[in-house]
Design a protein. Structure first.
Length: 97
């Protein structure tokens, strides 16, 4: 099932892509492609991410220091955060459904 985004996670994705695009033309698109790769994996294998406390799962990007934090609603992944790996751990906890 196609992953859905919490509105704040969608905003985080946009901000991160803009940051990378400002750093180097084309890098923002590379970031978005990496996130799309992760989302395609979750579409096929929703249990792929590492399970954390409370049923939250994480799936890290390869090239960028970002992790998708998601939970499953039935079999649908809901992306709670597009989280930088070195900033504000667990800031997204209040987004859980």
């Amino acid at each position: 099932m196609t992953p859905a985004f919490h509105p704040l996670a969608d905003a985080e994705l946009t901000v991160a892509a803009a940051f990378y695009e400002a750093a180097a033309p084309g890098l923002g698109e590379d970031f978005l492609q990496e996130i799309e790769r992760l989302l395609a994996l979750l579409d096929v294998y929703p249990d792929l991410g590492r399970e954390r406390a409370g049923g939250v799962r994480t799936l890290a990007a390869r090239r960028f220091p970002y992790t998708l934090i998601y939970e499953l609603l039935g079999e649908q992944p809901i992306v709670l955060a597009v989280a930088h790996q070195r900033r504000q751990p667990q800031y997204w906890l209040d987004r859980r459904g």
